[in-house]
Write a protein that binds this ligand. Structure first.
Ligand code: SF4
Ligand code: SF4
Length: 226
């Protein structure tokens, strides 16, 4: 459904999305227990939407933590609203839509992960590729973006954007991470799948040291943030 896909992309952009991509979920290997059809019976497609964060609050971390959190929270709220609006758009056309929030799963916030991996769906949609910091590095905004996902029963035309790898393996994020959570990237990282970084170290920094505020140093460190 090429026309409907174009309409959705245009609609989401009009609502404030910076990047929009679409994937055919039958073409993606989801981890066990996290397949979209487990959340929405009959799901066929996933729509990935990104909103960028302003630079100032990131580039001046850690002193600008409050500004960064303002950006982080506003981006998530904006994404969740666009998610709802795109879902309504689809349901008015007779399909079902299920939104996956832009923030971590509400039921298990310390998992620091959504029920579906927004990042893997964004990469599959061609919005960017993983960097060594295990974030999606987009050509337009570097890692300075947040994502949300909508699953739908509509069989949409995938975007399949051809995107070059942006991360140049400069190692700045690895060097500046205050917890050394990114040290073991070698032999583990791929730009299509990301990698199993040491999330426990990262969680400890965020939930124990920063009381739930986000760290953001591996975004600041990336030359593509600027
Ligand atoms: S958020 Fe902070 S602690 Fe976590 S990987 Fe990035 S720089 Fe390291
Ligand atoms: S800081 Fe360098 S190594 Fe890390 S994600 Fe950005 S470009 Fe890649």
């Amino acid at each position: 459904m090429k026309d409907l896909s174009k309409e959705i992309i245009k609609f989401a952009e009009q609502k404030g999305a910076d990047l929009v991509g679409i994937v055919d979920i039958s073409k993606i290997n989801f981890p066990k227990g996290h397949h979209p059809t487990g959340y929405l019976s009959g799901a066929k497609s996933a729509i990935s939407i990104a909103c960028s964060l302003n630079k100032g609050g990131i580039l001046n971390l850690p002193t600008s933590r409050n500004s960064y959190m303002l950006e982080f929270n506003l981006a998530n709220r904006k994404l969740n609203l666009i998610n709802h609006q795109v879902g309504r758009f689809l349901e008015e056309k007779g399909y079902l839509a299920l939104g996956v929030p832009g923030t971590a799963s509400i039921g298990d916030a310390k998992r620091l992960a959504a029920d579906l991996s927004h990042k893997h769906i964004a990469v599959a949609a061609g919005l960017g590729k993983f960097g060594l910091n295990n974030l999606v590095i987009t050509p337009e905004y570097g890692p300075r973006v947040r994502f949300t996902t909508i699953i739908t029963t509509a069989e949409l035309e995938p975007t399949n954007y051809e995107v070059e790898q942006v991360c140049n393996e400069c190692l700045q994020c690895v060097k500046e991470c205050p917890t050394n959570a990114l040290d073991d990237w070698e032999d583990n990282y791929t730009s299509q799948e990301g990698w199993r970084m040491d999330k426990e170290r990262c969680y400890h920094k965020i939930f124990v040291k920063l009381g739930g505020n986000r760290c953001g140093i591996c975004i600041k460190a990336c030359p593509f943030t600027d």
